[in-house]
Design a protein around this ligand. Sequence first.
Ligand code: ADP
Ligand code: MG
Length: 582
Amino acid sequence: MASDASRADSGRLAEETITGAQIIVRALKAQGIEYMFGIVGIPIIEVAFAAQAAGIKYIGMRNEQAACYAASAVGYLTGRPGVCLVVSGPGLINALSGMANANMNCWPVLVVGGSSDRNQETMGAFQEFPQVEACRLYSKFSARPSSLEAIPSIIEKAVRSSIYGRPGACYVDIPGDFVNSHVNKTSVRYVECCLSPPICLAEASAVSEATSVLMNARRPLLIVGKGAAYSRAERSIRKLVDQCGLPFLPTPMGKGVVPDNHLNCVSAARSSALLNADVIVLLGARLNWILHFGLPPRFQPDVNIIQVDICAEELGNNVKPAVCLLGDVNAVTEQLLEQLGKQSWRYPSSSVWWDDLKKKMKLNEENSKALAMQNSLPMNYYVAFHHIKALLPQDCILVSEGANTMDIGRTIIQNYQPRHRLDAGTFGTMGVGLGFAIAAAMVARDQNPEQRVVCVEGDSAFGFSGMEVETICRYNLPVLIIVLNNNGIYSGFDENTWKEMLTWGDPALVAPPLSLIPNARYEQVMSSFGGKGYFVQTPEELQDALKASLADRATPSLINVIIDPRSERKKQDFPWLTRSNM
Ligand code: ADP
Ligand code: MG
């Protein structure tokens, strides 16, 4: 039993000193951090408790990958990084997926990782791993504070690095022996919240040059990327589209910066718009695989690119730009507007270019409509999406991943608001969906409680992080998950064919690698944790399930939609990334 004297001693110690865990969360709080996602274990359990005590919301996840995806989605949605808290070794290694994904997407995230005690370094300590070094490849900044007193300044630097310049991932390593060590309170100096990122403008002469290139365009096109969404350029880009009468094409996560139902949106003529444009204003999007590198056969060989980006190193990647506008998309768009406004320039709506685009859009829309009208069962993707589109609230945050599910869904489901679509992104990562949905639901709960989060998943994609359904139910987040279930990766087989194949021999030798169990009952994952599950096979059942789950704002739900495993994408003009003929 502790003596009175020793109890008094420990009371005085707590009053005069502060632990490493408390310093970490005070420093995070000082930098405006609101959300922390993670999985606790040795040595960071106390950090999670301290975070809650300091008013930082802590969401315990089921896998560090999903935790890190969630933290990065907070960064994209709010412009301040979410924190991912992980244990040493394997915990940190799992989080690397999320750091890589965030860095590829140019989204801010801060990973805080516990590591083994300093006095056991190189001795084969529990979960020992060179964590700072490992994170370097996946981040903009990776460091370990040299002492407890150094924690606040390292955390400020990590937060600042994550949002300044091109946003990305940052890592702070916390040796286990830091967490419960004490130092005198007066010896710790907290660093004030870093300023919002400075807004950079493009060089004035480059802006003039860009406007003259644009005004001489015969077939102009604006491409709106997720950098534009991140920079909150919705008002200025909308104005540019309206004031100048320009056609625009959003990238997958650029959707909604200007609403998809705007008359100038040429998504339905995407290939043709890219192929024939002679001047492209590239607003916060990279000429990577998503935009076919900006090269023939998908683009004109002599296309003039006016490239707007915050990252100087990005300018000129794959295509030499006609004009480089280095700066913040929103601010640079305002600069362009001012110049173009002075000359009252407007691209004529009576041009051959507009006629061509409109003809092509009509044709493509009719093709999709025809597919959506098929009434055979099981449903094809187009039929399922037709009903989903009709019933989703316009302001919902849509999360989507999967191969066919994401690709077809993107062409049918419209986005009306910026930063309302989260998907597999630049890195094409499957498994992001549930983490993103959890983050979006947390942010929505604080900023716009009426808003719904809808997560449209392929059956394979759902499997990567399906256990996060428990997280959704534990925090009672009213997320609606829709699983489009075609029995496999890309596509599987119907039940009878599957059963017959199993008679051919050892499944490990004969089962097609693309296959998953036919008609798997994914909705039961949701009902097993107390949410609502729906198994639907017909359009009527789908409509009923959608109406019921959207009406119930208090309960998470999962609708498992059986899709014809033979249902495919409509024929594409270019077989890009669909070249596998399986
Ligand atoms: P998408 O996938 O939509 O094509 P990318 O992620 O490829 O978009 O490109 C986004 C680009 O936006 C990146 O090159 C990034 O540097 C840039 N970016 C990010 N934030 C800003 C900003 N505030 N202003 C300008 N560019 C930005
Ligand atoms: Mg599938």
